[in-house]
Design a binder for this molecule. Structure first.
Ligand code: SAH
Length: 251
């Protein structure tokens, strides 16, 4: 069998039990070298073949997975965070389907969830934005015109920007077309790693704080009032009843 496994954000304990078990069973592990914590590879069994996908093209990756699978081995394709976000997993799955190879996807903790944990914040504060926009600045990979940062910014929603720490000046300019300069921002570098670094500020000084911290990659930019707000959820409010609990006054 071939398994796509989300390795989590970096901390080797932030992989699922299923992913951990599959890693122990696999004879071939293909991993994204630039972002996978090498400590996670230590879960692989003795003698397993470990291949860094950074040096491979799509065809070579698929070829290696298929050959190993046809010989009866278990293959783990490790992606950072969760494979459904900016992981280019789609093209690999398509290729496997074309060749009628069976595969399974095991989810992981995305870095944007680890970033909220590091900041000790909730993206959906009661009374605040109830929407999280997960996006990126356009780079070599195009972003559809309707999804440019400036127009997404007009919603005032909680926002997480991937793959854009190296273009922070542009990010700031675009966002200022929708959010006010006082909007709280945070930049989270290597969430959950030992060398994690976080900085906070306002949108008006996003570029400055990122530059001062020396952050240029492997970071997420978080934007929105949720970084300052706390609210009380109706879910736990005394006068609010729901399916599991009667309120104090029986309403
Ligand atoms: N699938 C991954 C994202 C891969 S794209 C996930 O779910 O997290 C790579 C980008 O993800 C990086 O450029 C950075 O923006 C972000 N990233 C990945 N790991 C990170 C981490 N531990 N801390 C902060 N950002 C991270």
């Amino acid at each position: 069998m071939i398994y796509f496994v989300g390795a989590g954000p970096g901390d080797p304990e932030m992989i699922t039990l299923k992913g951990y078990r599959l890693l122990q069973e696999a004879g071939l592990v293909i991993y994204t070298g630039s972002l996978i914590n090498p400590q996670i590879l230590e879960y692989a069994r003795e003698g397993a073949r470990l291949v860094n996908s950074a040096t491979l093209e799509l065809e070579e990756i698929v070829e290696q997975m298929l050959t190993f699978h046809q010989e009866g081995g278990t293959v783990v394709r490790l992606h950072t965070g969760d494979a459904s976000l900016y992981g280019a997993i789609g093209e690999q799955m398509e290729e496997l389907e074309r060749r009628r190879a069976p595969y399974t996807v095991v989810p992981g903790i995305s870095s944007f969830l680890a970033a909220a944990a590091s900041m000790k914040k909730e993206y959906t504060v009661p009374g605040g934005s109830q929407t999280v926009i997960v996006t990126r600045m356009e780079g070599r990979t195009p972003v559809p015109e309707k999804e440019n940062l400036a127009s997404l910014a007009t919603h005032g929603a909680s926002m997480v920007i991937f793959l854009s720490a190296g273009m922070v000046k542009q990010v700031q300019e675009e966002l200022l077309r929708g959010y006010s300069p006082e909007t709280p921002v945070a930049v989270v570098y290597k969430a959950s790693w030992p060398d994690e670094k976080t900085v906070r500020g306002t949108l008006g000084n996003l570029e400055a704080i990122t530059r001062e911290a020396g952050i240029t990659r492997t970071a997420l930019i978080l934007v929105g009032d949720f970084l300052d707000k706390t609210g009380q959820s109706l879910l736990y409010h005394r006068e609010f009843s729901h399916g599991y609990r009667e309120s104090q006054d029986g309403s």
